[in-house]
Design a protein around this ligand. Sequence first.
Ligand SMILES: [Zn+2]
Length: 198
Amino acid sequence: MRQYPKPIETLVSLFTYLPGVGPKTAVRFVFYLLKQPKSTMARMASALQELHDAVVTCDVCKTYSTEPVCDTCRDGKRDKSLLCVVAQPRDVGTLDAAGFSGRYHVLGGALSPIEGITPDKLEVASLLVRLRQEPVREVILAFNPDIEGEATIMYLSKQLQSFSVRVTRLARGLPAGSDLEFADEVTLGDAISRRWEI
Ligand SMILES: [Zn+2]
């Protein structure tokens, strides 16, 4: 049973493909768009159409790029001895904003046997190839501190054992501006064990 005219229903069902968007939000989006000028809609439509044509995956680090090799990989000022392995392209931006100046390798996800994400579905082989070719001295495994992240760190650290590289992971700590009272036990325990001298 259709509630709205077909063009509305079609766009509503397409919006529900997006993560975190349910039917109610999708309807709200479509009604909002109906009130926008036709020119705005045309720009959105052409941006969507261009997305797949203009965006490729960097041959080296596998992040999104408009060139075969991305800006970060072409940047000669970056420290080639530091390679930070992340799950998603968006993590590159986050770590860059935090001041990381080495290079990256985007795995394309984290291990999750339940969701069928096995090592062969990730950019593991290309990572090992890079380690054989590039002057990397330290590999930083920058994954979320959740089950998938921990599984990925365990798996990768085993794979990296045969390479003469230092393998590190992100320190856990208390978020800035937070209250000790609200920190979970794992975070607080880690913060105590990694305390600094002042
Ligand atoms: Zn790149």
